[in-house]
Design a protein around this ligand. Structure first.
Ligand code: NAD
Length: 429
């Protein structure tokens, strides 16, 4: 057993499902399969840098509140750190550390020259005005000014953040260094160097991986019954693209509840309804309401958890009826639940593969920005699809070669590449 890094400021994560311990367990399994030595495992299980900053913010009513902001940089052995910025009340340093580690394996698996990082602030953005969110984002960015940069660490959107926050981060960084630096973030608006196709990229990647998995079962997306938890950046885009490809989206949800239509939801109409109702979907006229708990256990071909971690657990795994679980969110299936699903022969498409479309197009955005040459959406989608399909087939091949489930296969590829880089570079000094 590897000694776990001590992470201060532990917060709200339930003690029995610690995301960082889970991430380390998957790493250990991969290390065992790869027969990595203990020293390499020790290195890989520790984030290289953990930063926590205070963010004093003046609220609209004149009060001052001090928030804690985190940025965890797991590994830059393959290139600059890369990872999202999360605004959600459940953010803790251990969660951010787990997500940073996942990013390292994801980038390595996809063959893109980045290391893993993640950032977050434990706030519910719904409780803050746009002006307050801007002040929070700008102060958070300026506190991290020495730790981020286009060749150092490149933030992107995650839960609770979007192109808007990336524009504020890019502007704050640029103002501090005295010139425009679009490459400091990805997922930014197209007007300031964002990439075409980025907004839909993670959902598009999910659609591609599900399509490939179905093809291996001799099926197409046409008529496939899909259930999606989460209707944000990722779940919303996946729903739209799967719908366009002929899949039947039976149910989708947000944190405030879900909607279900046994013959399939009209996703464009639902998106329009959500846009008119402050992202609420409950009350959509052509469907009935469903709780998040009931949604997860609906009979379907493909279940796509696209919200948060730890949604499929020991408590509900026995009721999961899907044949394929595509992890659009990071860590939505707990370690124990994953064992049960794999033992039952359910195909679990692991997060580091299934939701990698976002970081792939972030990488393409960074490449376009560095070369001052911007592509049309068709080219972005084509390049992304190539990398996703290639990674999918590498994972399938590895799974067959080593006789291991897809998650362990994906981890052995990602972890193995990072371990190889350590071995080639050597340990400094
Ligand atoms: P988002 O904030 O845009 O959307 C999250 C969605 O989940 C919202 O619809 C929200 O209402 C819903 N939700 C929140 N709590 C919920 C709950 N308890 N039950 C059901 N639904 C709930 O976030 P996002 O960017 O779509 O990210 C979703 C997941 O995908 C996260 O795990 C994130 O780390 C992962 N991810 C995102 C990207 C990206 O490009 N945005 C890339 C890779 C992975």
């Amino acid at each position: 057993m590897v000694s776990m890094p001590t992470l201060p400021l532990e917060g709200a994560s339930p003690a029995h499902i610690c995301p960082f311990d889970q991430a380390c367990s998957y790493l250990e399994a991969a290390a065992k399969e790869l027969r990595l030595d203990q020293g390499t495992l020790e290195i890989l299980s520790h984030p290289r840098k953990v930063v926590t900053v205070s963010i004093p913010v003046k609220l609209d009513n004149g009060d001052i509140r001090v928030l804690a902001g985190h940025r965890v940089q797991h590994s830059d052995i393959l290139g600059p750190y890369k990872g999202g910025t999360r605004y959600h009340p459940a953010v803790t340093l251990r969660e951010v550390s787990a997500l940073a580690m996942l990013m390292t394996w994801k980038c390595a698996l996809l063959g893109i020259p980045y290391g893993g990082a993640k950032g977050g602030i434990a706030i519910d953005p719904e409780n803050y005005s746009v002006g307050e969110l801007e002040r929070i984002t700008r102060r958070y960015t300026s506190e991290l000014i020495k730790d981020i940069g286009p060749s150092v660490d490149i933030p992107a959107p995650d839960v609770g953040t979007s192109a808007r926050e990336m524009a504020w981060m890019m502007d704050t960084y640029s103002m501090n260094v005295g010139h425009s630096v679009p490459g400091v973030v990805t997922g930014k608006p197209i007007s300031i160097g964002g990439s075409r196709g980025r907004e839909m990229a993670t959902g598009r990647g999910v659609m591609i991986i599900v399509r490939e998995a179905l093809a291996d079962m001799g099926r197409t997306l046409e008529g496939v019954r899909v259930v999606i938890q989460g209707f944000g950046n990722v779940g919303g885009a996946a729903a739209e693209l799967l719908y366009q490809a002929g899949a039947k989206i039976l149910a989708v949800s947000t944190g405030a509840g879900g909607v279900f239509a046994p013959d399939g939801l009209d996703i464009p109409a639902l998106k329009a309804y959500a846009a008119e109702n402050h992202r609420r979907i409950v009350g959509f006229p052509q469907a009935v309401s469903i709780s998040n708990a009931d949604l997860l256990t609906l009979p379907c071909d493909v279940l796509i958890p696209a919200a948060l971690e730890n949604q499929i657990t020991e408590e509900n795994v026995d009721q999961i009826q899907a044949q394929i679980v595509a992890e659009a969110a990071n860590g939505p299936v707990t370690l124990e639940a994953n064992r049960v699903l794999e033992a039952r022969g359910v195909t679990v498409l692991p997060d580091i593969l299934a939701n990698a479309g976002g970081v792939v197009v972030s990488y393409l955005e960074w490449v376009q920005g560095l070369s001052y040459l911007f592509w049309d959406e068709e080219r972005v989608n084509r390049e992304m699809e190539h990398l996703m399909v290639q990674a999918y087939h590498q994972v399938i091949k590895q799974s067959q070669l080593r006789q291991v489930p897809l998650r362990l296969a994906a981890y052995t590829l990602g972890v193995g590449r990072v371990a190889q880089a350590w071995s080639d570079r050597g340990l400094y000094p």
